[in-house]
Design a protein around this ligand. Sequence first.
Ligand code: CAA
Length: 294
Amino acid sequence: MAIEKVSVAGCGLMGSGIAQVCALAGFPTVVREVNDALVEKGLKGIEKNLDRLVEKGTLRAAERDAARARLKGTTKIEDLAGADIVIEAIIEQLAAKREFWRELEPRCGRHTIFASNTSSLSITEMAVSTGRPQRFVGLHFFNPVPVMKLVEVTRTIATDDAVFDEAHAFAQRLGKVPVRATDRPGFIVNRLLVPFLLDAVRALEEGVASIEDIDNSMKLGCGHPMGPLTLLDFVGHDTTYYIANIMFEEFKEKRFAPPPLLKRMVLAGWNGRKSGRGFYDYSDPKNPKPVKLL
Ligand code: CAA
């Protein structure tokens, strides 16, 4: 059965991006947050993004209005139930995610596909808490969701082949480029990206070079759009620290172990762009300045 209606749980950075992309691709989309203020904040962010696309001439005003009309915000979990696929992008904590799926499952039709946007938690552990592990996949989008083309579509040993194919086709219908992966922490991108980012912190810790020189090296020497320390600030140090710990726990390999400097910055609340300070100070967001750390 082809996917026609979409629900998204969570309207934060990732959830709002996913909801925006779904609505723009023509899917009636319900997006849920836990209170009215968060629903409003998420929808306002989407409206701002859509307006920017119109200003740039990438989107016609009528297309913006049609996409907005396809989007419905809610705080009620039952409003998510009518969809053919539910994409979960709530807080990155296994207990919260399992609780969400347990609450939602009995309200949904048997055909509904469940998908988690997790970047590192076990899809299998979530799937088995639902009673429909054969209809459970990972759909991992990248930040900023409207811009990044990739979606990692992941399966567990219990996922039906037809459901995996349907989720893959759905990502293509969103205008994304899906890749297939299996349920191992970090999938493909974070398996490669996280050790690289952690090595950049280690290089800084060991005095190899300054923040700016490490970033410029990878930007100008390797053509990366952002240097690794800027990217860490963009993703959020708390998020990377959390993912790295999950990967270290799974693989027991040193390359996934978060370096002490990253831990100290997380403890200090210097989580990057969103907290105004990370490897750079964002007091003037258009002109970030490297901070003195050591
Ligand atoms: N929402 C929507 N659009 C955005 C955006 C956002 N948050 N940020 C930037 N854009 C758009 C801009 O409007 C611009 O669009 P046009 O080309 O149509 O004008 C385009 O993206 C480029 O933006 P800028 O010119 O302002 O800046 P840039 O060229 O430096 O690009 C970037 C910004 C796309 C973020 C680029 O720096 C980049 O690709 N950085 C790397 C991002 C990355 O690695 N993301 C993955 C993070 S890891 C992850 O998400 C997974 C995980 O599990 C942790």
